[in-house]
Design a protein around this ligand. Structure first.
Ligand SMILES: NC(=O)c1ccc[n+]([C@@H]2O[C@H](COP(=O)([O-])OP(=O)(O)OC[C@H]3O[C@@H](n4cnc5c(N)ncnc54)[C@H](O)[C@@H]3O)[C@@H](O)[C@H]2O)c1
Length: 316
């Protein structure tokens, strides 16, 4: 891979609720010089570009435009949020058939103009679509980063922070595995200020309560369903999650995030993309961390990966 001048140019494919939320947070962060919006609904992409541009006097200059695939030729990062959304009662895995078709259309079009940009995948089911994208874009390159359980981990940290009355940024706890029903918490490593949860007492006097922690994990797993029931879709938090991933890439931050990437034998898993704490930087996936999972976590992680592989096999 040859070096080239960084442009801090971001492409976004899919300017629906998730894509627009990401774009809105990106313009406020002042991270990119340029943002190109692409959607099969070209009027929607144009309307979003106009609306975002009119906010620039409040936040500072950047170039925002609606465009098409050739405009991605010099993009550093392309975020993909295109595809059908999860309907009430529908699982993420029900979406697979529809959205796999969308990705088999989109990713070759990106590759035709740019084989170096890091691809950040948000569309569900995100793990399998990350795997399919990596198969097309080059599985060995680390250039495909799935948003995976970045959102689940944020929800988990928020809820734990609320439970203990501590800033969620001081809560170090990971949700790994599938972005969906089989996601699991790495309880054995969860800590606040370096103190494991069995020993931690919160600012509100809250000590260890296993039943309450199990409820928090359930609420984390069910959060998407609860929000979709009330407002049809989730988008603000994932928009900020995507911003965090893109910032880690453009600024080469080496941030540890629970993104999904195709595994190559970690914890016995191959041939599927799934989330683990991972160092994210300018090359996309820099390193999937090798953490000391306990036996229960290891087994649950392998079960989650196997479930995704079975689903992919069903797709054929
Ligand atoms: N990874 C996560 O944590 C997470 C969280 C929330 C939502 N999502 C997923 O993000 C995706 C987008 O959700 P949304 O609420 O923005 O949906 P949305 O329906 O509002 O937007 C989807 C957009 O994709 C466009 N699109 C569809 N097919 C396309 C194609 N082939 N090329 C270009 N554009 C295309 C549509 O025109 C639409 O504008 C869904 O799959 C949803 O499940 C993921």
């Amino acid at each position: 891979m040859h070096e080239r001048k960084s442009t801090n140019k971001v492409g976004l494919i899919g300017t629906g609720m998730v894509g627009a939320s990401f774009a809105y947070s990106l313009m406020q962060r002042g991270l990119a010089n340029e943002l190109v919006l692409i959607d099969m609904d070209t009027a929607r992409a144009e309307g979003e570009a106009m609306d975002l541009n009119h906010g620039l006097p409040f936040v500072g200059p950047m170039r925002i435009s609606a465009g098409d695939y050739p405009d991605l030729a010099d993009a550093d990062v392309v975020v993909i949020c295109a595809g059908a959304n999860q309907r009430p009662g529908e699982t993420r895995l029900d979406l697979l058939k529809k959205n796999a078709g969308v990705f088999r259309d989109i990713v070759p079009k990106i590759n035709a103009v740019n084989q170096q940009a890091i691809l950040v995948v948000a569309t569900n089911p995100v793990d399998i679509l990350t795997y399919i994208s990596a198969q097309i874009a080059g599985p060995e390159t680390g250039r495909v980063v799935g948003s995976g359980t970045v959102l689940d981990t944020a929800r988990f940290r928020y809820m734990l922070g609320k439970h203990y009355s501590v800033d969620s940024r001081s809560v170090h706890a990971y949700i790994v595995g599938e972005h969906g029903d089989s996601a699991l918490a790495l309880w054995s490593m969860a800590n606040i200020a370096g103190v494991r949860l069995p020993d931690f007492v919160g600012a509100n006097g809250q000590g260890y309560d296993q039943a309450a922690l199990e409820r928090i994990l359930d609420q984390t797993r069910n959060a998407a369903y609860e929000i979709i029931q009330r407002k049809k879709a989730t988008y603000y938090a994932i928009g900020l999650g995507l911003l965090t991933i893109v910032e880690a890439i453009l600024r080469d931050q080496h941030t540890v995030l629970t993104v999904a990437s195709p595994l190559t034998g970690q914890y016995g898993v191959t041939d599927m993309a799934i989330s683990l704490p991972t160092i994210v930087g300018r090359r996309g996936i820099e390193e999937v961390l090798n953490l000391p999972l306990n036996t229960r976590e290891h087994a649950a992680f392998q079960g989650s990966a196997q479930m995704l592989k079975d689903r992919l096999a069903e797709l054929g």
